[in-house]
Design a protein around this ligand. Structure first.
Ligand code: F6P
Length: 336
């Protein structure tokens, strides 16, 4: 048997059948991760079982055996071949008990949970209540998990949004208009910040930073008087001052400047994963299997400064990942 690729340990856990599932919002690169999990498990002589539709499928015992062929030709695809769900029943102990029963009946003795904070909250409880070891893999376009520099899907999402903004800018320039572009991120502004800087946005509005609408109105009027008539304002959907429509109306009432709103929405979640997302998904999927086989549990595999690290699941959603707020000021300086 070859040495572990990522996790330094000789197999301590006697795991024979790993269940893998995707849960919460889909993210590009989830399929590359499933492929890595299945093929790494097979490489180590361990069976892999796909759990369909996240926790919903777990409660219903919707399990499918996975072999090399079931994960062929999926590395380049968006979405998730295992499908996903946001399962309310799993919030309750009664729901989790049903799932635990189904896992035991199927002989699943290790789990890999691919998703975001909601997925990991459920995974942590499941792990405690069942005693079945669980390892999480961070996959959400929001990039809002503590314990990894990047989550699977973020890179693809920001590039998709950036492509849209580049197109919108053509129209903004042609008409001399302000465009409010709303990107995803209910509670975090990671997408908005990177897309805003990369897209040369005049302003970036995120939930983590209070928006001063009076100051923004003054700034827009100042730019207008200087001859700068087209502006791109990137707004995270969860910005505390409201979504893009609300902000646009608010500022139009004060400045009377011509503006339009584009909500990018779920276009950011789909599509072919970028090379970076495929590589990250491959590394983390493999590392998750190896962590399980090394006897780890109730942890997430992540990558920090190029190194694979393990973080307790609870910390991934209870601790706050640092967002570089200085980039918001930088975007404004560079756009002026
Ligand atoms: O968590 C990923 C995400 O795309 C968020 O950015 C967004 O707020 C949310 O999911 C939307 O969820 P749904 O597709 O269930 O409406």
């Amino acid at each position: 048997m070859r040495k572990w690729l990522y996790i330094c340990a000789d197999g301590k856990a006697n795991i024979k059948r790993i269940g893998v599932f995707t849960s919460g919002g889909d993210a590009p690169g989830m399929n590359a991760c499933i492929r890595a999990v299945v093929r790494t498990a097979l490489f180590h002589g361990v069976e892999a079982i796909g759990i369909m539709r996240g926790y919903q499928g777990m409660i219903e015992g919707d399990f499918v055996p996975m072999d090399r062929g079931t994960v062929s030709n999926i590395i380049q695809t968006g979405g998730t071949i295992l499908k996903t769900s946001r399962c309310k029943e799993f919030y309750y102990k009664s729901g989790r008990q049903k799932a635990i029963q189904k896992l035991r009946e199927a002989g699943i003795d290790g789990l890999i949970a691919v998703g975001g904070d909601g997925t990991f909250k459920g995974a942590h409880k499941l792990c405690i209540e069942s005693g079945i070891p669980v390892i999480g893999v961070p996959a959400t376009i929001d990039n809002d998990l503590y314990g990894t520099d990047y989550t699977i899907g973020f890179d693809t999402a920001i590039n998709t949004a950036l492509d849209a903004i580049d197109r919108i800018r053509d129209t903004a320039i042609a008409h001399g208009r302000i465009f409010w572009v709303e990107v995803m991120g209910r509670v975090s502004g990671f997408i908005a910040v990177d897309v805003g800087v990369a897209g040369g946005a005049e302003a970036i509005l995120i939930p983590e930073v209070k928006t001063d609408v009076d100051e923004l109105s003054r700034q827009l009027l100042k730019w207008h008087s200087m001859g700068k008539t087209s502006c791109i304002m990137v707004v995270a959907e969860g910005d505390e001052a409201g979504g893009a429509f609300q902000l646009a109306q608010f500022i139009k009432d004060r400045t009377k400047l011509d503006s339009r709103v584009t909500v990018l929405g779920h276009i950011q979640r789909g599509g072919k994963p970028t090379a970076r997302d495929r590589v990250l998904a491959s590394k983390l999927g493999a590392a998750a299997v190896e962590a399980l086989l090394a006897g780890e549990s109730d942890k997430m595999v992540g990558e920090i400064n190029g190194q694979i690290v393990l973080t307790p699941l609870k910390e991934t959603y209870s601790k706050k990942k640092r967002l570089d707020r200085s980039l918001i000021a930088l975007a404004q300086i560079l756009a002026t």
